[in-house]
Design a protein around this ligand. Structure first.
Ligand code: AMP
Length: 397
């Protein structure tokens, strides 16, 4: 695979698949431009070399045709502002308009194509649609890690229309793949995975796969209560997926000896799911009926923090409690603090998954871990051990 940094883009028209799927308010205004910012270094390197850039992305979930709300026009002003350049826009991503716009593009110029998902062929991975996109440029750069788990036309199928030396990861994608690979393939021991969030069903496969490589898996968040109930504990009205009890039991029992799965010992419980609920701190064998666990308690925090402190590699995905509410935030913040402290002492730490990143940002510590991933579903599938089509299309394993 050609390393992006070594490629000279002079005189080239690079088709750069970015992830401009930014959050918007009801009027279509961008409420968070991090994804645009993250795509800039790749764009700037191509321009600096004397190449031209054709940007393609999806935005939102249009229902198979153009929808004003999801037009990439909304991204244009912020992109121009951040790049300090005017950017041409093509009202369609395939056909006459982008073909002409691409032909007119000169070195140092940027063209943004309209939302790829205005064509259902994008998500179907249609080869003819991919071929039309490919015809717009002569080098393909994939910088959209967030969609790497999708076999879509612009993320995977398109690569087959470019020769080996003319398809590559962009800088963002390269960093994501390198950092995730460090954990999956070269984790220094002890390796601790901290997994939280609402549902066991979303995280079963990642836990299953991590049992092969991790030394400790610390489980927090709502999903912990399904595990606790599978051990026969009373969990009151805490979140529980009854159809996953058997799976949780098997996972706990089937992996004993190879990896230590650590469950919370105590909880911050509440009498209802609300920021101003009445709260109590209890051991997990004493959650009264009608009360629900919404955060890990102090004994759990200190056990988790101790294990994290002694680790050389740490992966964190998912909050330890309902961190959106002040009263149930401290477990998540404490875990973030422990990961930061371990990183300072030389551990390698990767944080990924929308909510743990949000929690890390909230505590102002995002720059104090080794790597913060932009990939939600893609990162999860990577750690589930699945092959991601967006990666395989460029770097077959
Ligand atoms: P996920 O998207 O699976 O990572 O889950 C994140 C969500 O899980 C957040 O919105 C949290 O508020 C929620 N969550 C975490 N812990 C709990 C809990 N103990 N009970 C209910 N929801 C929780």
């Amino acid at each position: 695979m050609t390393p992006f940094e070594e490629f000279n883009f002079s005189g080239q028209k690079a088709l750069d698949r970015v992830d401009f799927n930014v959050p918007q308010d009801e009027k279509g205004n961008i409420t968070d431009d991090n994804r645009i910012r993250a795509a800039l270094p790749t764009i700037q390197k191509i321009l600096k070399d004397g190449g031209a850039v054709i940007l393609m992305s999806h935005l939102g979930r249009p229902k198979g045709g153009p929808e004003e709300k999801f037009s990439l026009k909304h991204v244009l002003p912020r992109l121009e502002e951040l790049l300090g350049l005017s950017v041409a826009f093509s009202g369609d991503c395939v056909g006459e308009a982008p073909t002409q716009a691409s032909a007119a593009l000169k070195p140092g110029e940027v063209l943004l194509l309209e939302n790829l998902r205005f064509h259902p062929e994008e998500e179907k991975g249609d080869p003819e649609f991919a071929r039309k996109l490919a015809s717009l440029g002569n080098v393909y750069v994939n910088d959209a890690f967030g969609t790497a788990h999708r076999a879509h036309a612009s993320t995977a199928v398109i690569a087959r229309f470019f020769p080996a030396g003319k398809k590559m990861f962009g800088l963002l994608m390269e960093a994501e793949v390198t950092n995730a690979g460090k954990i999956l393939h070269h984790a220094q021991k002890p390796f601790t995975a901290v997994i939280g969030g609402a549902k066991v069903s979303d995280k079963i496969e990642i836990i299953q796969n991590l049992t092969r490589i991790a030394d400790h898996i610390l489980i927090g968040g709502g999903m912990a209560y399904t595990f606790l109930k599978s051990m026969g504990k009373e969990i009151g009205s805490s979140l529980c997926e009854n159809d996953k009890l058997e799976l949780a039991r098997q996972l706990r029992e089937g992996t004993l000896g190879q990896v230590e799965i650590v469950l919370p010992e105590d909880s911050v419980i509440a009498d209802r799911f609300a920021p101003d609920a009445r709260t109590r701190m209890v051991d997990n064998d004493h959650i009264p009926p009608g009360w629900m666990g919404l955060d890990i308690g102090p004994k759990t925090v200190s056990r988790f923090a101790g294990i994290i402190r002694d680790s050389k590699t740490i992966l964190w995905n998912g909050p330890m409690g309902v961190f959106e509410m002040e009263a149930f935030r401290s477990g998540t913040i404490a875990v973030a603090g422990a990961i930061v402290a371990a990183t300072r002492s030389g551990a390698y730490s990767l944080v990924g998954g929308g909510d743990s990143v949000a929690a890390l940002n909230q505590s102002g510590k995002a720059d104090q871990v080794s790597f913060v991933s932009t990939g939600g579903g893609a990162l999860l599938e990577y750690f589930e051990g699945k092959q991601l089509p967006g990666i395989a299309a460029i770097r077959p394993e």
